[in-house]
Design a protein around this ligand. Structure first.
Ligand code: HMG
Ligand code: MG
Length: 297
């Protein structure tokens, strides 16, 4: 019923830090990513090449990407909204770029200042150019389970946007519960439809834990065949253009659950917790993950 192995994609340095009020220095970001590289994680989303006015926390994207130590076997990815972001990401030699848009019109506009229709050609061009440079491309769809401005989002709309992204040539699709509203019932209903359309090997789930349902949502996703999950160490994070959104499901809580179910992740828990304690100290308050608090006391 459960897979033997799961891939965890660490998004803390991007999704986590983009929404933290405490300023983390470039040096500390680099030190943290270097620690994450030694935990056994195979994928780290290190930053995003977006407009610095929109996300000031990540305005040092280029420097971070250039100065981290690249460990063999780790994919270093970054978020890119348009051609300008792509050019910077390519100059900074990221391994993979992630494009992003929303299933709901209002969140798409608030987040990237375009309608959904206007976004497609922009991302199409980014995907084409990234592929030409030999990069793999990940696509994110946000507000899959609900929008902070519009409420319910239909599965048809999620499928429509996802289909367009796959048509562009993305290698993997990450379905985002941006504001952490999903329940296992909703995840099951969505995945029943999504899995008929797209191969499960190309799907990842991205849960925020705003209402405490993220691990339950991961469990049902696992049971339906999904084996890639995004998470953020310590449960850092959120989306600044989604009011009320809190952090991603915590990598440390997720690893605890998976290892306890005899599902391998390749992650060394001791090293993971060293990295968690490091960033918790820099943030300067107890982070929201549960597992971390059992060892911080
Ligand atoms: P815009 O203002 O519409 O951009 O912003 P524009 O194309 O009209 O250009 C305006 C100015 O911005 C120009 O400069 C451009 O050069 C510059 P000017 O000529 O006026 O001096 N510009 C840029 N500068 C730096 N980097 C760039 C860039 N692009 C244009 N890439 C834009 C459009 C997309 C840039 C803006 O809305 C933006 O940066 N948005 C990012 C918002 C964001 O990062 N949100 C959080 C990430 S998404 C998320 O968290 C959800 C996710 O986790 C999944 C989930 O949870 O569901 C992924
Ligand atoms: Mg997110």
């Amino acid at each position: 019923k459960w897979p033997k192995q799961v891939t965890i994609k660490e998004v803390g340095p991007r999704d986590g830090l983009q929404n933290e009020k405490t300023a983390i220095s470039t040096e500390d970001k680099i030190a943290w990513i270097n620690q994450l590289s030694k935990t056994g994680l195979t994928y780290i989303e290190i930053t995003s090449f977006v407009h610095p006015k929109w996300i000031p926390q990540l305005s040092d994207a280029f420097e971070v990407a250039m100065r981290i130590e690249r460990a063999p076997g780790v994919t270093y990815a970054a978020l890119v909204p348009n051609q300008k972001g792509l050019e910077k990401a390519l100059a900074a030699q990221v391994d993979e770029v992630a494009v992003f848009m929303s299933a709901s019109e209002t969140h798409n506009r608030k987040n990237i200042n375009k309608s959904i229709e206007e976004t497609f050609p922009v991302l199409e061009e980014v995907v084409r150019a990234a592929k030409q440079e030999g990069k793999t491309v990940r696509g994110y769809v946000s507000t899959v389970f609900g929008c902070p401005y519009e409420g319910n989002v239909s599965v048809e709309q999620v499928i429509r946007v996802s289909e367009r992204l796959f048509d562009m040539g993305i290698d993997e699709l990450s379905l985002g519960d941006t504001i952490g509203v999903a329940t296992p019932k909703q995840v099951q209903e969505l995945l029943e439809i999504v899995l008929k359309r797209f191969p499960k090997e190309k799907l990842a789930m991205h849960f925020h834990d705003t209402r405490g349902t993220a691990l339950a949502n991961i469990l049902i996703s696992l049971e339906m065949g999904i084996t890639t999950f995004d998470s953020s160490l310590g449960g850092l994070g959120g989306c600044p253009y989604a009011p009320g959104a809190s952090g991603n499901v915590a990598t440390d809580d997720l690893v605890y659950m998976l290892h306890g179910m005899d599902i391998a992740t390749g992650i060394d828990v001791g090293r993971l917790m060293e990295a968690a304690l490091f960033i918790q100290e820099k943030i300067g308050r107890p982070l929201s993950s549960r597992y971390l608090q059992t060892i911080s006391m």
